[in-house]
Design a protein around this ligand. Structure first.
Ligand code: SAJ
Length: 407
């Protein structure tokens, strides 16, 4: 069994920072590494640069205990955790530049018997490539001298701290010894079950979890389009169908946002393009939704001279402030770009609009002001405050509710 005292976490974002802080509060000496100096400074000051409930308390106690330090460079450690972004390039090809850079950076710090874990969601075969990159950088280390494994994350943004400990974890090594070493490590602090497999299976399991979600959201979105055509209320339809004891149709929306569900299925399509027809089609159905919402709004706006259109919500999902990869942002931008009307936006979780929207003349307004000004109200995110809007406040408006929150 590996004796673990020191851990080096590379990448201090939504996964790396909570993981580094949790390990520090469990008594390990943790050194966090990030390429952004402002991230390093913020964390060393005991503050955080991402919004996640309870994370600020965890980081502050980790830093104040002296168990969490951060800098731009790795340090020698017993375990290295790589938690860097794995976005995709144009034409949906995975971009592994950050994983490769992280692997090559830690290479000069690894010693025999160290454990290197890739936590980033990655295309099948990436963990084996990490082993190759490390071997290229360190030909002095015979193969098998360091343990290399994949352990993907499945925490839900908004409840990361709890799920980091409670969730079952899948651990897959590039060889049997690596799997055992990684599983022993996670069993030290994970209360969920630690399930062992190969690195390729662990990679595909993570991608399959989010692909399952995306394909099922696509079914709900396709039903919402069909219901529009057949003049059926999709929310009533899904509510009735889900009364079947074994049916669980998910909720339609304005499209699929975030940097996970909308990204991970493309990793499978890239690995097996001929065989991934349903997965690709589901992505296309979900990605077509924003334009369909814009067309519905445009159709209604035609009847009004100089219509004022209020977009309720810009975040990619309810009660968070994350606007990255957000379909509501895309919809607001298209409405302004195509001059369908004067666009105002209500987003209670931000204080100012991203420049990409502000420069189009979109204004961020309070909920009351938007309800007073709008001719067309577009419900894009089911933020808690929006659910208390009364039917009477919407009586004189044209309402397009993509979340079914004002039924
Ligand atoms: N959405 C719908 N209809 C639904 C459910 C979601 O339109 O019925 C939309 C949301 O509005 C949002 C997008 O899908 O735009 C994704 O939101 P989400 O809450 O479903 O998922 P994420 O991206 O916040 O987190 C997911 C989670 N994966 C699953 O639920 C299978 C989380 O467990 C993962 O750890 C995370 O991806 C990740 O980082 O991979």
């Amino acid at each position: 069994m590996l004796e673990v005292k020191k851990i080096c976490v590379v990448g201090l974002g939504y996964i790396g920072l909570p993981t580094a802080s949790l390990l520090a509060t469990k008594g390990y000496k943790v050194h966090g590494v990030d390429v952004k100096p402002e991230v390093v400074e913020t964390i060393n000051a005991g503050r955080i640069h991402i919004r996640e409930p309870e994370l600020d308390v965890l980081v502050r106690s980790a830093v104040q205990s002296g168990h969490l330090t951060t800098s731009l460079e790795p340090v020698e450690a017993d375990v290295f955790i790589l938690a860097v972004p794995t976005p995709f390039k144009d034409d949906n090809v995975p971009d592994l530049q950050y994983v490769e850079a992280a692997a090559r950076t830690v290479a000069s710090y690894v010693k025999p018997d160290n454990l290197v874990i890739l936590e980033s969601t990655s295309p099948v075969g990436t963990t084996e490539r990490v082993a190759q990159w490390l071997a290229e950088e360190r030909p002095d280390l015979p193969p098998g001298d360091i343990y290399i494994a994949h352990c993907p994350e499945r925490v839900l943004p908004g409840q990361i701290i709890r799920e980091l400990v409670d969730n079952d974890r899948i651990v897959g090594g590039v060889d049997e010894e690596s799997t055992v070493a990684a599983a022993d490590f996670y069993r030290e602090f994970v209360s969920g079950e630690v399930l062992v497999t190969t690195s390729r299976t662990a990679e595909l399991a993570k991608l399959s979890e989010n692909t399952f979600w995306d394909v099922n959201i696509a079914l709900a979105n396709e039903l919402s389009i069909i219901c529009e055509r057949l003049n059926v209320d999709v929310w009533e339809l899904i509510g009735l169908a889900n009364r079947h004891p074994r049916v669980n149709i998910l909720q339609p929306g304005p499209g699929v946002g975030g940097h996970c569900i909308a990204v991970d299925p493309w990793f499978i399509v890239d690995s097996a393009p001929e065989e991934s027809r349903l997965i690709r089609t589901a992505r296309e159905v979900n990605d077509a939704k924003p334009e369909q919402v814009v067309r519905r709004v445009a159709h209604c706006a035609r009847r009004i001279k100089q219509p004022v259109i209020a977009c309720f919500g810009l975040a990619y999902k309810a009660d968070i402030d994350d606007l990255r990869e957000s379909p509501p942002v895309r919809i607001a931008r298209l409405l302004a770009d195509e001059k369908i009307g004067k666009v105002i936006a209500v987003e209670p979780n931000i204080n100012e609009l991203p420049p990409s929207l502000a420069e189009l003349g979109i204004r961020l307004v309070e909920q009351k002001e938007a309800l007073a000004m709008a001719d067309i109200v577009v419900g894009l995110v089911d933020h808690r405050p929006f659910k208390s809007i009364k039917k009477s406040e919407l009586a004189e408006k044209i309402v397009i509710d993509t979340r079914g929150m004002w039924r």
